[in-house]
Design a protein around this ligand. Structure first.
Ligand code: ADP
Ligand code: GLC
Length: 507
């Protein structure tokens, strides 16, 4: 007779042994200005949106603090008031908790600062809101107070601040945190081109001691430098690819902060972005005319037809290139505009979806106007159309002058839309160039080029078109990209390890 499990009465449960720190779940507070799908102007939102689920698998409970923009407040499910501050940088504020889908959120609901529709950083005329210093100081000081344990029930072990909008978190901790609970800070740089630099007139509103307006603090060429201050005081700094972590230490890539970054280099990490492979999945993408996978690539033809219809191009078989991008100098769009006649002459077509700087938009539009049958530009932001372009175009151009990581070369690979990228930053780290050896080994996932000029872009497009004519090589490249490990698993593990290290270092 076997043992009757039901009858085997256990005695009192033995006390469970204390869990080693490495296995305990770690509460972390992320602090950011945007988060997909609630509010997005670029890749920052994608990363902030993907991290909570990715980190959950590594034992991290990541809650994200966001400013209470209308779209964020509207998307908050199960909102509860956790704190009320009658006077918060010029008006009343509340800290709300809740969730969106599976992500835990805290929202700084301060209508005088954030109840503005549209782009979070710019007014209707495209200029920075004049009170941006105040708006993001308010966010950072709220995060610092949560870190100090001033909001009941919240005790993050680490504060993870993203970009200049959250860069004052370590600054407030340093200047106002004496004698308080201390959570270590990680500051992640998504793009050094945006530094949060403000005229000294904003100083009086920041609630910092005058001593902080010095070269050892926030003073930056006579102005106030949010990012500069954050880099000075963060316990650790990360950026979004290993190559960009190297580039920003140089005079050419450091955008004025290279000396500061070299001083902090022992604390600087490069952790490459992943892709949200659920949001970007060609086999289950409602934005596509036809879904597909690596074994049914011929179905992409239906998506190409849909693109042609959307953009008013005649149906054709010639290679279709696309770009989905902010239209700014960073992204090298002007180089594409300059090379466009020759690109079309080489036999390619191009569709562009993007918005950004007026000069870049109009350079592209006037070049496109010369080739109405072969080039089309859509100015605007359209998530579904972006997916469709990935699902039907042959290749996606990313000719950036610098690129901290970049996400469209990842989503391009996932969709068999071969990325053609400048060999900089995260683009260099995430695309395997179709050189002879890589093609022979079947591991190439795209085309890289070195010369950042119109000639360089043209040369890369010509090489892409040659590869496209070799159907076997092209298919192999598409499939290698689609099967590549592009998700967050590995990088989330690196963030989790860094959080644990910071938490352990802090008594
Ligand atoms: P950056 O953050 O510098 O703009 P990334 O490549 O990291 O560049 O991220 C850009 C993100 O924004 C990607 O998810 C891309 O698909 C998306 N995107 C950019 N422009 C548009 C647009 N006009 N419409 C829809 N999505 C866009
Ligand atoms: C920035 C960078 C981009 C990066 C994104 C997310 O916007 O320009 O390269 O992918 O942040 O980290």
């Amino acid at each position: 007779m076997g043992i009757d499990a039901a009858g085997a009465r256990p005695g009192p449960a033995p006390p469970s042994p204390p869990q080693p720190a490495s296995q305990r779940r770690l509460p972390v507070l992320g602090v950011a200005s945007e988060m997909f799908p609630l509010l997005k102007t670029g890749g920052l939102a994608d990363v902030v949106g993907a991290l909570p689920a990715a980190l959950a698998e590594h034992g991290v409970d990541l809650t994200t603090l966001l400013p209470g923009h209308p779209a964020v407040v509207a998307g908050l499910e199960g909102g509860q008031v956790r704190a009320q501050w009658p006077e918060w940088f010029g008006g009343p504020a509340r800290v709300l908790s809740g969730r969106h889908r599976n992500a835990e959120l805290l929202v700084l609901d301060a209508p005088h600062l954030y109840a503005r529709h549209g782009n979070p950083y710019l007014d209707a005329s495209g200029r920075d809101w004049s009170d941006n210093a105040l708006r993001y100081a308010a966010l950072a000081l709220a995060a610092a107070r949560i870190g100090w344990g001033e909001v009941d029930g919240l005790a993050p072990a680490v504060l993870h601040a993203h970009d200049w909008q959250a860069a004052l978190v370590p600054v407030y901790q340093h200047y106002l945190g004496a004698g308080k609970r201390r959570a270590p800070t990680l500051l992640t740089l998504h793009n050094l081109a945006f530094q949060g630099q403000f005229g000294a007139a904003a100083w009086a509103q920041l609630r910092l001691p005058d001593a902080a307006f010095s070269t050892q603090g926030l003073e930056y060429h006579g102005d106030i430098g949010f990012l500069k201050g954050g880099l000075h005081f963060a316990d650790a700094i990360s950026t979004v690819s290993p190559s960009y972590a190297e580039e920003i230490l140089t005079l050419a890539g450091g955008m004025g902060l290279d000396a500061m970054l070299r001083w902090r280099r022992e604390r600087l990490h490069g952790i490459v972005n992943g892709l949200d492979t659920e949001a970007w999945d060609p086999a289950h993408d409602p934005a596509l005319a036809r879904t597909y996978d690596a074994d049914t690539l011929e179905r992409r033809a239906a998506n190409r037809r849909e693109i042609e219809a959307c953009f008013g191009l005649p149906e054709a078989e010639s290679p279709l290139l696309c770009m989905v991008s902010r239209l700014t100098t960073q992204k090298g769009i002007d180089l594409v505009a300059q090379a466009l006649d020759a690109i079309v002459g080489a036999g390619a077509r191009l569709v562009v979806l993007g918005a950004g700087e007026a000069a870049v938009e109009s350079a592209l539009q006037s070049a496109a106007a010369r080739h109405p049958q072969r080039v089309a530009v859509r100015i605007g932001y359209d998530e579904s159309l972006a997916h469709l372009l990935h699902g039907g175009a042959d290749a996606i151009l990313v000719p950036s002058r610098f690129e901290p990581c970049g996400l469209t070369q990842l989503s391009g690979q996932r969709y068999g839309c071969v990325p053609v990228v400048a060999r900089v930053g995260g683009l260099a780290d995430t695309v395997i160039d179709a050189n002879h050896a890589a093609i022979a080994a079947g591991v190439a996932t795209g085309v890289q080029f070195g010369e950042l000029s119109a000639e360089g872009v043209l040369g890369a497009v010509q090489r892409t078109l040659r590869l496209h004519r070799d159907r076997a090589a092209w298919r192999s490249m598409q499939r290698a990209g689609m099967r590549a490990d592009l998700g967050w698993r590995a990088s989330a593990g690196l963030y989790a390890a860094l959080y644990r290290q910071l938490a352990q270092e802090t008594p």
